[in-house]
Design a protein around this ligand. Structure first.
Ligand SMILES: [Fe+2]
Ligand SMILES: [Fe+2]
Length: 176
């Protein structure tokens, strides 16, 4: 993908940050890293926002950080223990699909305080709508939410993939 100079200028501090670079190792889907996915969502959101005369800067940053949650969600409890990461909370609504948006927003606030504004925080926090019930507050948030769904759907091969897409772990089948 050829990124415009203007876009690169906006997102450079994020792309160069070691914490963001780590996302090259986080899997979003089988063949795509969180890094690649976030970049695609960000650039497309930026272009749409610009075309519509909206706040393309917030769309670019919000898009890039929308999945900036702290730890790869696919880790098992054992792997988390080995990496000295706190165990994941139990319960259906504590699963990745429902919680990572808030985690990403808090992490973004912590790592990039100088880039945040209310709109960007809301873009990140609400991007999982309608899986999470509160919709984005700003039009730029709707763009990111839509682009994220659209780009994620591209890798949906069958209904079996749905739990992975929405970030819910499947229970192991009970042994008889
Ligand atoms: Fe997400
Ligand atoms: Fe995403």
């Amino acid at each position: 993908m050829n990124f415009s100079k203007e876009y690169i200028k906006i997102v450079k501090p994020i792309l160069e940050h070691p914490e963001f670079i780590k996302r090259k190792e986080y899997k979003h889907h089988e063949r795509e890293s969180v890094y690649e996915h976030s970049l695609i969502v960000s650039y497309n959101s930026y272009k749409i926002a610009k075309m519509l005369g909206l706040d393309y800067k917030s769309a670019a940053i919000g898009g890039l950080l929308h999945d900036f949650y702290r730890y790869p969600w696919q880790l098992t409890d054992q792997q988390r223990k080995e990496l000295q990461i706190p165990p994941s909370k139990k319960g259906f609504f504590n699963q990745h699909g429902f919680t990572h948006a808030r985690d990403a927003m808090l992490n973004a606030r912590e790592k990039f305080p100088e880039l945040m504004n209310k709109k960007i925080e809301n873009i990140i926090l609400r991007h999982m709508f309608p899986l999470t019930p509160i919709p984005p507050k700003y039009r730029e948030g709707w763009i990111v939410t839509y682009v994220d769904k659209y780009k994620s759907m591209n890798v949906l091969k069958s209904p079996k993939e749905l739990p992975k897409y929405i970030g819910v772990k499947r229970k192991n089948k009970k042994r008889k």
